[in-house]
Every structure is written in structure tokens, then in C-alpha cells.
Design a protein around this ligand. Structure first.
Ligand SMILES: Cc1cc2nc3c(=O)[nH]c(=O)nc-3n(C[C@H](O)[C@H](O)[C@H](O)COP(=O)(O)OP(=O)(O)OC[C@H]3O[C@@H](n4cnc5c(N)ncnc54)[C@H](O)[C@@H]3O)c2cc1C
Length: 384
């Protein structure tokens, strides 16, 4: 058993850390206040090859393993969760469905600009009527005259409305199979007639990530924009979420690590009753618990990534990693604000933003309740 990262992963993290500290950290607060995805940051991340990490060189990627992508997400989330989710959603939700389920022609056409970070793509699963119950899809697609006619809407779609968004993938009902809905997936290019991007949501956190409601009204895409086999869209999209959950766990670990680092620094600088507040056992216990949660959550996502890379089953471990890491991130962020006292409630202190950014981690890519449902199912419990 080897608990160490490979040398090249250590080097990768080291060089990314200086980029994050020098370039992202000083601007994160201002970007957040702008409520807009800073495309200059996307460009800089792209120049480091982050958007192409897990894809083969022939599509413009660097052929790194999945854990390396997670390490990148963790590093960025230490200081900026909005950019971390932009990267996570771009790679594991936007580009990955094309790589895993696309035809060779679709991969050659759509993947290289995504891997280069010159374009972004959205993943349209959730609808206004249901996210957890994603099979309750009401969006429909009907084949007519060599085109799919898509009607319906999607909610909360990350990276779907930026100036460089080239398409979204969406699930839609294409008929019935054995009495159940048949759900297929489609590539819908930005600018297609009938495809409307709603205005950005006013969110609790992730202020400078891009999230929109989308609507499709007699939106026509060519027949070859079907992604994967007809009727496999739902199953394929759920498979994407298995990986996405490991990546969200990595994001949660990054956020929690950022909160721990800020809190350790603050606890040694701030004094009360003539002593640094970090010398009070009450805060030392809090910091010890925070450090424990960060370490255990990191171990959980490393192991889920490792199982995936070994080609072994990993759904249960991915759900456990996502559940534990996201709930830990919320706990750690709340404690970080507490350690900062009144300053923790003020935006100039990063823990304030981290606290706002933490809550979504218990909701996106499967809520904590759904993680427990899936873990129970993996344990063989019936009725879940
Ligand atoms: C900022 C942001 C970005 C997002 N990005 C994307 C994206 O890019 N693509 C995308 O497709 N979606 C995206 N989502 C949607 C997200 O995945 C959903 O919000 C999430 O899956 C929950 O779905 P819901 O909001 O419909 O809540 P619901 O499914 O309505 O759930 C409401 C509550 O009921 C609980 N619940 C539901 N079913 C059960 C059950 N069986 N047992 C116990 N409890 C249950 C839930 O846990 C939750 O507490 C994003 C959401 C946000 C807020």
C-alpha cells in the first residue's frame, strides 16, 4: 500500500499552487463581487492545460489520470470555489460525456476546443420539476425530417451561458421502452434557434461561476447530434455523475483546507485576554477536528479515484467521499467563521466567502440525502 502521490503529481501540485497563490488568490474576492465568470482566469487556467488533463493527446489533452484532475480542482478550491467548479463542470460534466459517449466524429469536432479551454460546455440533466428524481425528465425530443425537435427546459446548468460556451448536452424523452420513459442525450450548440439561455441566478455562493436556466422551444438539431445510443442518455448521464462526485469531494476538500489554513493563521495572530486565541483549548479542539475532517475526506476521495483508475467498482466509495467531504466542508467553513469571530462575517476575510460557497456542496451532483440513498442501495438495502 502506497499513500504517496507520484512524483509528477507532487510537481504538478507544487507548480499549480504557486499559480493559485500568485494569480487567483489576489483577485478572488473582486471576481466574486463582479458576479461574472472572469474569462481571463479561464484563459490562464487553460494555458496550464487544466481543461485537457484527462483527455488523450489526440484530442488536445495531456492524458493525465483522473486523480490529477481532482488534485487541480482541490488546489483551486483552496482559494476560489467558483473557479474550481468552473473547471470541474467544464471537464467532468461538459467534456467528459463527449469523450465517453461521442462518436469519433463528435469527439474530433467538439473535444479539442474544450480540452484547450477555448470553449466550455454545459451538462443539462436537472429540470425545474426535479433534480434528485432526474428520471422525471419532461424535456422531449422527436425526430422529424432528419432533425431532432427538442422542447422543454433545464435548471441550474453550470457554464451554459458564458461568451465561450459552445454547446450544452441535454437529456430528453424520446419515447417509451418497456412501459418506462426512454431518455436519450443530445448536443445542442449555442445559438441554435429555439435554444434560449435565461439570466444568471442570484446564488448564495459560487458568485462568479456561470449558472442558467435553459429553455428549448422547437429547437432543431441535426440527427447526428444524438449523443450515445438512443435510450442510453439517462444511464450515461448517471455514469458521468459517479465521477463528478469524486471531483466534488476534491473541491470540498480544497475549500475545507483553505478554511483550515486561514483559521490557523488567524488563531496565531489574533489575541484575546493577552494571548493568541489559538492557545485556548476550546479553539485548539475545533482546529484539531477541522484538520481531521480535511485529512479523512482527502483520503476518501483519493481512494475512490484509485478504485476508478484500477477499473474496480467505485460508486459506493464515490458517494461516501462526496457525502463526507461536502458535509465536512460545511462544518469546517462554519467553524472557520466562528474562529474569525466578527471578521468571519465580513467579506474581506476569505472564510466568509468559503462559508457561502460550502453549502452547495451538499446539494449539487446529488444531495446528501441522495448520497445516503445510493450508499444504502449499494449495501443491498431494499426500497431505497
Ligand atoms: C449552483 C448550482 C449548479 C448546478 N449545476 C448543475 C449542472 O451543471 N447540471 C445539472 O444538471 N444540474 C445542476 N445543478 C442541479 C443540482 O444537481 C440539483 O439542484 C440537485 O441535484 C438537487 O435537485 P433539486 O434542486 O431539484 O432538489 P429536489 O430533488 O427537489 O430535492 C429537494 C429535497 O428533497 C430531498 N429528496 C429528494 N428525493 C429524496 C429521496 N428519495 N430521499 C430523501 N430525500 C430526498 C433532497 O435531498 C432535497 O433535500 C446545479 C445546482 C446548483 C444550485
Amino acid at each position: 500500500m502506497d499513500f504517496d502521490l507520484a512524483d509528477e503529481q507532487h510537481d504538478f501540485v507544487r507548480s499549480l499552487r504557486s499559480f493559485v497563490d500568485d494569480v487567483i488568490r489576489p483577485r478572488a474576492e473582486a471576481w466574486d463581487e463582479s458576479h461574472e465568470l472572469p474569462l481571463e482566469a479561464v484563459e490562464q487556467m487553460a494555458s496550464l492545460g487544466l481543461f485537457g488533463l484527462p483527455f488523450p493527446e489526440r484530442y488536445g489533452g495531456s492524458g493525465a489520470d483522473f486523480l490529477t484532475l481532482c488534485l487541480a480542482i482541490e488546489e483551486i478550491a483552496r482559494v476560489d470555489s467558483s473557479l474550481a467548479i468552473t473547471l470541474e463542470a467544464a471537464v467532468s460534466l461538459g467534456a467528459m460525456p463527449i469523450y465517453l459517449f461521442g462518436t469519433e466524429e463528435q469527439k474530433s469536432r467538439w473535444l479539442p476546443p474544450l480540452a484547450a479551454g477555448e470553449a466550455l460546455a454545459g451538462f443539462g440533466l436537472t429540470e425545474p420539476g426535479g433534480g434528485s428524481d432526474a428520471g422525471a425528465t419532461r424535456t422531449s425530443a422527436r425526430l422529424a425530417d432528419g432533425h431532432w425537435l427538442i422542447n422543454g427546459s433545464k435548471s441550474f446548468i453550470t457554464n451554459s451561458g458564458t461568451a465561450i460556451t459552445s454547446f450544452v448536452t441535454v437529456t430528453a424523452v424520446t419515447g417509451t421502452r418497456d412501459g418506462d420513459k426512454e431518455i436519450s442525450a443530445f448536443i445542442v450548440p449555442t445559438g441554435t434557434a429555439g435554444f434560449q439561455v435565461g439570466k444568471d441566478y442570484r446564488k448564495m455562493g459560487w458568485w462568479h461561476s456561470d449558472t442558467h436556466e435553459l429553455s428549448f422551444s422547437d429547437c432543431r438539431v441535426p440527427e447526428d447530434h444524438l449523443l450515445g445510443s438512443k435510450g442510453e442518455g439517462f444511464r450515461n448521464f448517471l455514469r458521468i455523475l459517479d465521477d463528478g462526485r469524486i471531483a466534488i469531494a476534491a473541491l470540498a476538500v480544497g475549500l475545507a483546507q483553505g478554511c483550515l489554513d486561514e483559521s490557523l493563521r488567524y488563531a496565531s495572530d489574533r489575541t484575546a485576554f493577552g494571548r493568541p486565541i489559538g492557545s485556548f483549548q476550546g479553539l485548539q479542539f475545533k482546529l484539531a477536528d477541522m484538520a481531521m475532517k480535511v485529512e479523512l475526506a482527502r483520503g476518501a476521495y483519493y481512494r475512490a479515484s484509485w478504485l476508478k483508475q484500477q477499473g474496480r467498482p467505485y460508486r459506493k466509495e464515490a458517494c461516501m467521499a462526496k457525502l463526507f467531504a461536502s458535509e465536512s466542508a460545511v462544518d469546517v467553513a462554519r467553524d472557520a467563521v466562528q474562529i474569525h469571530g466578527g471578521y468571519g462575517y465580513i467579506e474581506e476575510f476569505p472564510v466568509c466567502r468559503h462559508f457561502r460557497d460550502s453549502k452547495i456542496l451538499e446539494i449539487g451532483e446529488g444531495t446528501s440525502e441522495i448520497m445516503r440513498v445510493l450508499i444504502a442501495r449499494e449495501l443491498g438495502l431494499t426500497g431505497s
